[in-house]
Design a protein around this ligand. Structure first.
Ligand SMILES: O=C(O)c1ccccc1NCC(=O)[C@H](O)[C@H](O)COP(=O)(O)O
Length: 233
């Protein structure tokens, strides 16, 4: 898979507190995820989500997450929050996902002992997806499950950006980034002390480990950041 990117994008998902959002932005994450999926312990009411939206720093992307929500609900969230991307975790098809006029990320459940993701099938089924998010949960189950899947099953040949989620932590994300170099990593439970309650130390450690892995990839690829000392060299 090895993406030709010098920096792995980071998304922190399932934010429920404005202070956590502010810290995530200070740590330099690329996106924060706000969950509107029914039954999730991280699900937000519209008013809560508006307060979180206001805590997001400029240039940080907001992703709204859904799992088979009715279209009018998605439209209402889009109208009120103006997210930069939508993320779908249910049985939504391409026509539905793209109908809101905002780039969409399609979550692909990788839980269980399945085979490698079939890229041709995914591209045919979701031709307008901006990226695929390979996530550790089982088909039909909620995201944010904390379950890791076998990263060998990630596709090598997709032309869309690959995002990886599922049980990522500061302890294992370095191995993922150096081994597979995905476009982006996505984490919810691995930076929490309880569902929806982010832990500042875990957030810091996660970002630091992604950065450390990016620097190792940099040395391997021969790329050099224009800023001296960027990777401690
Ligand atoms: O986080 C949730 O509760 C959730 C519920 C329903 C659909 C998606 C959900 N989260 C999606 C994410 O993007 C998570 O970051 C991803 O599933 C990874 O979660 P984790 O394994 O806990 O890091």
């Amino acid at each position: 898979m090895k993406t030709a990117s010098v920096r792995t994008r980071i998304k922190f998902c399932g934010m429920t507190r404005a202070g956590d959002v502010r810290l995530a932005c200070e740590l330099g994450v690329d996106a924060i995820g706000l969950v509107f999926a029914e039954g999730s312990p991280r699900k937000l009411q519209v008013e809560e989500s508006r307060a979180l939206r206001q805590a997001v720093a400029p240039l940080v992307n907001v992703v709204a997450l859904f799992r088979d929500n009715p279209p009018e609900q998605v439209r209402e969230i889009v109208r009120l929050l103006r997210p930069g991307a939508l993320q779908f975790h249910g049985d939504e098809e391409d026509a539905f996902c793209r109908s809101f006029g905002i780039p969409y990320l399609k979550a692909i459940p990788m839980g269980g002992d399945g085979e490698s993701a079939d890229v041709r099938l995914l591209h045919a089924r979701f031709p307008h997806a901006a990226a695929f998010l390979f996530d550790g949960h089982l088909a039909g189950e909620q995201g944010g499950s904390g379950q890791v899947f076998d990263w060998q099953r990630l596709p090598n040949d997709t032309t869309k950006p690959v995002m990886v989620a599922g049980g990522l932590t500061a302890e294992n994300v370095h191995g993922l980034v150096t081994g597979r170099a995905p476009w982006a990593v996505d984490v919810a439970s691995g930076i929490e002390s309880a569902p929806g309650v982010k832990d500042g130390d875990k957030m810091r450690a996660f970002v630091a480990e992604v950065h450390r892995a990016d620097c190792e990839n940099e040395h391997e690829s021969g790329y050099r950041w224009p800023t001296p000392g960027h990777c401690g060299g």
